[in-house]
Design a protein around this ligand. Sequence first.
Ligand SMILES: Cc1ncc(COP(=O)(O)O)c(C=O)c1O
Length: 368
Amino acid sequence: MNYKVPFVDPAKNYLLLKNELDAVYKDVMSKGDLVYRHQLKSFEENLARFVGTKYAVGLNSGYDALHLSLRAAGIGEGDEVLVPAHTFVASCSAIVNVGATAVLVDVGKDFNMDASKIEEAISQKTKGIMPVHLNGYMADMPAIMKIAAKHHLIVVEDACQSLGSTINGKGAGAWGLTGCFSFYPFKILGGYGDGGAITTNDETVALFARRMRYNGEDRDTGEYHGHGFTCILDNLQAAFLDLKLKHLSEWINIRKSIAEKYRKEFSDIPDLLLPHYSNSGFDHIYQNYVVRSKQGNDFSEYLKKNGVEVLTQFRKPYYKYESLKLMDRGFPETEQLSKEVCSLPMNVEITAEQIQHVIETVRGFYKK
Ligand SMILES: Cc1ncc(COP(=O)(O)O)c(C=O)c1O
């Protein structure tokens, strides 16, 4: 279907920076700078500075960042790691794929791991916590770091949806042993294919990730330091991302102004729960603008029928898929919100007329 307001519009997004992107492409291609060149190093330095860590290591995906972080922390068979019941399945898969057990924890009204439910999920086998900063809003890191310190647990932040988000000025990805980022095309900092990164203050972890992304090889000495993977961030993607990173703060402001328009227009609708929270010091950068509608699918289908493309991630919680073999310990908030979630168009290429159309369509549904 051809939507009047698509969820995202990558071709239009390209036009915003066409001249600069084309110049980067020509530069990289004409010099043949394809793998492990200065563009990657430059992006890593700028990303680390932006997040507020000493190091950043460019990888092939957000999943690789999560997976290598767990390996760097020495997590494996016999260990348990806590992860939210409401997240993209990749967070949980990274835990399962290192041989550890994922122990799910319910979320709160902000869609993030409910810190008050963490301690009841901790056992003798628990080695780590993976809070996910969903939609651009951070999990309660001051509380989570306190619990982790008390129980001697490693924290790996899944910040794939929250580059640029902060709590009291401290960035997502700067709290735990590592922060994990995704540059999948529709992320707030999106490349033109898969991409990801680890941020960390730990030199050993950075070195481990640098070697493991290149089949275990240390590029400087040629020595192998273990069986690794092929998951280095491509140089061309790094060059594009480095350029786009310069615009990120400005783009976050655009997202915040769209969120503010939605808030003003929808806050008098009692059946619609909006993603605006009162945690002081927490900054929302609106990777996604996810509302909860009491009318569930009737609401999301009405929007789609009227030209507004919306996503309903995730109508079926991932732990309900039998093939994933996960333990459903009962997650009432996740169960409820999964029936209600609806992600409205939120991107920097949207026009004022398109925002108006979203507003009128949502209001139209509730006037019916
Ligand atoms: C919360 C979360 N975790 C992990 C990932 C995995 O990132 P990627 O698709 O780059 O592997 C994503 C991205 O889709 C995500 O949104």
